[in-house]
Design a protein around this ligand. Structure first.
Ligand SMILES: *[C@@H]1O[C@H](CO)[C@@H](O)[C@H](O)[C@H]1NC(C)=O
Ligand SMILES: *[C@@H]1O[C@H](CO)[C@@H](O)[C@H](O)[C@H]1NC(C)=O
Ligand SMILES: *[C@@H]1O[C@H](CO)[C@@H](O)[C@H](O)[C@H]1NC(C)=O
Ligand SMILES: *[C@@H]1O[C@H](CO)[C@@H](O)[C@H](O)[C@H]1NC(C)=O
Ligand SMILES: *[C@@H]1O[C@H](CO)[C@@H](O)[C@H](O)[C@H]1NC(C)=O
Ligand SMILES: *[C@@H]1O[C@H](CO)[C@@H](O)[C@H](O)[C@H]1NC(C)=O
Ligand SMILES: *[C@@H]1O[C@H](CO)[C@@H](O)[C@H](O)[C@H]1NC(C)=O
Ligand SMILES: *[C@@H]1O[C@H](CO)[C@@H](O)[C@H](O)[C@H]1NC(C)=O
Ligand SMILES: *[C@@H]1O[C@H](CO)[C@@H](O)[C@H](O)[C@H]1NC(C)=O
Ligand SMILES: *[C@@H]1O[C@H](CO)[C@@H](O)[C@H](O)[C@H]1NC(C)=O
Ligand SMILES: *[C@@H]1O[C@H](CO)[C@@H](O)[C@H](O)[C@H]1NC(C)=O
Ligand SMILES: *[C@@H]1O[C@H](CO)[C@@H](O)[C@H](O)[C@H]1NC(C)=O
Ligand SMILES: [Zn+2]
Length: 710
């Protein structure tokens, strides 16, 4: 899963529930940020051992293993055990942690378009089998479907609803379009797909079809002269994006055990608030084309709807709303609702300080036999990371802090493996977790990207200077050079990958990866063409980017677990909080609501002051070599961000506890800052509630400040 920031303008893109989206404009020449990076980077002896252990050909071998067998959630224990055995071979004490969760699998589906004259068109709902891409013809390849979708039929006229955000449906209503009882035809991109289905349902619609659109592929389109995969880098027209339709922004994890762990004897809650109650299907652009064309000339023309992202680039389509077309769809979706076992792999090397733990996670499950980018570029990298630490421990080195490697299952259904695991181990994590480092789509293209909590910005960006990063034919640049060239701003965490559960319990988190821009080969997200064959030819020929991303994660983990000073910078929250405060003030000023932000402003000043005191004391501990004081400061750095969480959770969603950032309720991927306050205004339109959240948020900031002080 991962983020789609079409909403915010510019973009970050890596993980896996997250879609392909464009990072920044490319410039023809990359200048080395030479003020303080040397080339080649200077490494100490341990860094040298770790980084020189990385081998692109063995990464390719791990990638090959992961991408040649079906591994949808809960369906491949062999692969989990193989992962555990690999890690164990490199010295990690490894085990499988099982959970018993609600999942559903596709049984059958169909779709028929009936034209006003009674003739019909019946899409195949299948992706083409390609000779050049062997895993597309595997007999056990996975049909196109939506995870956690609703079993049912729907037959009705249909309306094109754009990206399917609330604002799109509101626009349709203001255009006088009747939505009740109709089927929604929505475009992928923008909000998380489950929210498109939720909105359709909330507006009284009875089914949803979601299509991919080459309008989201930048310059890499057949219309612009690029051959389609497998001949070239444009989207194969038959590509279908599978994926979960859980209501991600309400609750991730097993929808039948909100807030507690899923074991065989767990009490099961009503799942209907978190999963759709109407059927849905994904479809390729080539098969959506006739369905959209049947709406041409009916209702409001696409260009007249005046909504961002409404008009796409499917030839011969006007993206009209379609009201009054008299064309209808008949859809059927049959899923097998079931409970089953999932397997997280957990690998541990104890540190000398066992009350300080650093976690590294990647999910293993994929919607398809392949999954070469999502998520197994990350899985392949993690094995190589384990190997590197194996080489280092062979020299007698021991980590100061405990290392926990995690290979999550069922991430794709809704971050299920990581969420259930967090819910089981929360007492330990609250006490001991220093940070959680996530890698999902390690590689889907050449452009690196990170999103992180502010306290991790400094360490994560400075270490980029020590990594040689291959970029568009250059081999004398560092990751830092390339990242700066591509925009060089760490993103804010929303949701879409496994950091979510940890972040929302106040644990410092980072998510990293790389993706393609508008002129790079299209990455076929959640499609059969996210395959080893695609990766080898288009995504990362030679697996050199895999190697660089793996080295980066390895170096970050190494410093997190071995630097005498925990490399978190609480003070970095100060300027970020001020930035979010100004944005909130602007948001409120644009409405008629009156919200007193004074308590928030004052809490931010207090935090800033406390963080400065903390820094001074930490510097003193270092300069006077006072190890007792340093240990205290290290624990404060570990703990302070727990303060940002609010026990009862954000309005309407108890799970999401972080008061500083959260996925938007109607975006799912993209973050909202000061979410309790902001969404009380933008979503609930409730001034009283907003004022209450000013108090709660300010209190949380003061709790964080208090932890730094005591
Ligand atoms: C240069 O980098 C080193 C290590 O990353 C750092 O300690 C030092 O402060 C940097 N100097 C400047 C001028 O940025
Ligand atoms: C599990 O994955 C492995 C590795 O890709 C593969 O060899 C095996 O066939 C898969 N098992 C099943 C049941 O699909
Ligand atoms: C697409 O290609 C054209 C011509 O090469 C270029 O000017 C434009 O910037 C490219 N678009 C993007 C989004 O990069
Ligand atoms: C869309 O906006 C344009 C100008 O901004 C306006 O002329 C047009 O009437 C709008 N269309 C609709 C359907 O409101
Ligand atoms: C409808 O929009 C298309 C572009 O999508 C445009 O070519 C066409 O002229 C428009 N038709 C009307 C009637 O506005
Ligand atoms: C549904 O799944 C169960 C296992 O949970 C299996 O026994 C059953 O055969 C499946 N039914 C269908 C129709 O696939
Ligand atoms: C780590 O140490 C604890 C005791 O504090 C022990 O129970 C556990 O087995 C050790 N784990 C590993 C991976 O060595
Ligand atoms: C880096 O490599 C490019 C060619 O890719 C070359 O033009 C340039 O001079 C090199 N720069 C340095 C500092 O080595
Ligand atoms: C908050 O917004 C008001 C109204 O736009 C403006 O006058 C004020 O300067 C803003 N305050 C801050 C701190 O940005
Ligand atoms: C503010 O209130 C006025 C008068 O009631 C109304 O015309 C205007 O649309 C409102 N503005 C916003 C942004 O809600
Ligand atoms: C903020 O800090 C000041 C100065 O340290 C202190 O007097 C005040 O009580 C603090 N405010 C709160 C709400 O904690
Ligand atoms: C607004 O929020 C307040 C405080 O939570 C609540 O009591 C009130 O019912 C809400 N108003 C509406 C219209 O929902
Ligand atoms: Zn993923």
């Amino acid at each position: 899963m991962k983020t789609c920031l079409f909403l915010l303008g510019a973009i970050g893109a890596q993980a896996c529930m997250r879609e392909r989206s464009f990072v920044h404009h490319s410039h023809p020449h990359v200048k080395r940020q030479s003020q303080n990076s040397t080339f080649p980077p200077i490494l100490n002896a341990n860094e040298q051992i770790l980084l020189s252990s990385f081998d692109n050909t063995s990464i390719a071998e791990w990638s090959y293993y992961y991408t040649h067998g079906a591994h949808v959630a809960g369906q491949n224990k062999t692969m989990a055990q193989w992962t555990a055995d690999k890690w164990a071979g490199y010295g990690f004490k490894s085990r499988l942690d099982e959970y018993y969760v609600f999942l559903n699998y596709p049984v059958s589906n169909s779709l028929v378009l009936t034209y006003p004259n009674g003739s019909t068109y019946k899409p195949t709902l299948r992706e083409d089998v390609l000779e050049e891409d062997p895993t597309t013809s595997y007999p056990n390849s996975i049909p196109t479907f939506h995870g956690y979708s609703f079993t049912g039929n729907a037959s009705a006229e249909y309306i094109y609803v754009g990206r399917g955000q609330k604002i799109d449906f509101d626009r349709l209503q203001s255009l006088g379009v009747e939505l009740k009882g109709k089927i929604a035809l929505a475009k992928y991109g923008g909000p998380f797909r489950g929210l498109k289905v939720k909105n359709a349902q909330d507006y009284g619609m009875i089914g949803a079809i979601i299509f991919s659109d080459p309008g989201d592929d930048g310059n890499m389109t057949e219309a612009k002269g690029v051959a389609a995969y497998p001949a070239g880098g444009a989207r194969n027209p038959s590509t279908v994006q599978r994926g979960s339709v859980q209501f991600l922004s309400t609750y991730p994890g097993d929808p039948t055990t909100p807030g507690y762990v899923s074991k065989p004897d767990s009490v099961r809650a009503d799942r209907s608030k978190i999963l759709p109650g109407i059927p849905s299907l994904p479809i390729s652009w080539i098969e959506a084309q006739p369905i959209l064309q049947a709406l041409n000339g009916f209702g409001t023309n696409g260009t007249q709807v005046n909504r961002t992202g409404w008009v796409g680039a499917i030839p011969g389509v006007t993206y009209s709303t379609g009201a009054g077309s008299n064309a209808s769809l008949s859809l059927s979706n049959v899923m097998n609702d079931t409970y089953g076992t999932i397997w997280n792999v957990v690998g541990i090397i104890n540190g000398t300080n066992q009350d300080e733990v650093v976690l590294v996670g990647n999910h293993r499950d994929a919607w398809i036999v392949g999954g070469a980018a999502d998520p197994n570029s990350g899985s392949a990298v993690l094995i190589e990371l384990a190997k590197a630490f194996g080489k280092l421990t062979a020299t007698g080195w021991k980590p100061t802090r405990t290392i926990v490697l995690c290979s999550w299952d069922a991430e794709e259904y809704g971050l299920v493996g990581s969420t259930e695991w967090m819910e089981e181990y929360i007492p330990w994590l609250k006490n001991a977790a220093v940070s959680y480092l996530n890698i999902d789509v390690a590689v889907a293209g050449p452009i690196p990207d990170i999103s992180a909590t502010p306290d991790l910005h400094s360490i994560s960006t400075s270490l980029m200077k020590k990594i040689v990063y291959p970029y568009r034919g250059s081999n004398n640049l560092t990751l830092y050079d390339v990242w700066v060239h591509e925009g060089g701003v760490p993103g804010v965490l929303g949701s879409g990958s496994d950091y979510t559960a940890f972040l929302h319990r106040g644990i410092a988190s980072i998510d990293m990866g790389s993706g393609g821009g508008p002129n790079d080969p299209v990455y076929h997200y959640h499609s059969n063409y996210d395959s080893y064959a695609w990766m080898e030819r288009f995504g990362d020929p030679g697996f050199h980017t895999h190697k660089a991303m793996g080295q980066y994660l390895t170096l970050l983990l190494y410093h997190m677990v071995s630097d005498p000073v925990v490399p978190l910078e609480p003070a970095a929250y100060g300027p970020e909080l001020l930035k979010y405060y100004r944005a909130l003030n602007t948001t409120i000023a644009a409405t008629n609501y009156t919200v007193d932000l004074t308590p928030l402003q004052s809490a931010i000043s207090n935090f800033t002051y406390a963080a400065r005191e903390f820094e001074l004391l930490r510097s003193k501990a270092i300069s006077t070599n006072d190890s007792a004081l340093l240990a205290v400061q290290n624990h404060k750095a570990r703990d302070f961000s727990r303060g940002f969480t609010s026990q009862g959770g954000l309005p309407t969603r108890e799970f999401y506890q972080h008061t500083i950032f959260a996925p938007g309720r109607d975006t799912g991927y993209a973050p909202v800052t000061f979410p309790g306050i902001t969404e009380s205004i933008t979503f609930d339109r409730n001034q009283t509630l907003a004022q209450e959240w000013v108090v709660k948020t300010s209190r949380a900031i003061l709790v964080a400040a208090g932890i730094l002080k005591t």
